[in-house]
Write a protein that binds this ligand. Structure first.
Ligand SMILES: [Zn+2]
Ligand SMILES: [Zn+2]
Ligand SMILES: [Zn+2]
Length: 166
């Protein structure tokens, strides 16, 4: 085997086993403060579709494997486009429960500060799980919740999640 081919094979194996799978295109909704996937505008608890400022950066989520010792079982809701936890009871703004795409095999994995997630210029903390609607939202401003009123969490019901941001 030629040396260059061996190097190529080693690189392929290394890059496959060490790198998390990631997906870009997640945004912070300036109306309801949820994280949502931008391929469609979804449905917003504040009315109409989710909205992000054109100058706001996007977020990257990991799935399958993760760069941290994180928490799995986060899913994209195909009805409202938010990121929600678990497949059980969460209330969706479109009515009924959140529902994920049956084609997606892996859940998303979120890092959180308790498990040592790094916070730096490209990793933003203070994302929280709302235990009323089960969506991930940005905690400095508690936006409108699909269950009525504002999103809600306590330190017992949610980690302090950290998202990759650029
Ligand atoms: Zn929204
Ligand atoms: Zn939903
Ligand atoms: Zn909520």
């Amino acid at each position: 085997m030629k040396r260059s081919l061996i190097v190529a094979v080693l690189f392929f194996l290394f890059s496959n086993t060490s790198k998390a799978q990631t997906q870009n295109g997640w945004y912070y909704c300036a109306k309801c403060t949820n994280l949502y996937f931008g391929a469609s505008g979804g449905v917003c608890a504040a009315g109409g579709q989710h909205f992000h400022e054109p100058t706001a950066g996007s977020y990257t989520l990991s799935y399958g494997t993760s760069e941290c010792k994180g928490q799995a079982d986060w899913f994209w809701c195909k009805k409202c486009s938010c990121l929600f936890f678990g497949l059980a009871n969460a209330k969706c703004v479109t009515g009924g429960k959140h529902a994920t795409d049956s084609k997606s095999k892996d859940s998303y994995i979120l890092c959180y500060t308790k498990n040592g997630a790094v916070i730096d210029s490209s990793h933003q903390s203070e994302w929280y799980f709302c235990n009323k609607c089960s969506c991930l939202f940005f905690g400095q401003i508690k936006g409108l919740c699909a269950s009525g009123g504002n999103h809600y969490f306590t330190s017992e019901t949610s980690g302090n999640y950290v998202l990759a941001h650029f």
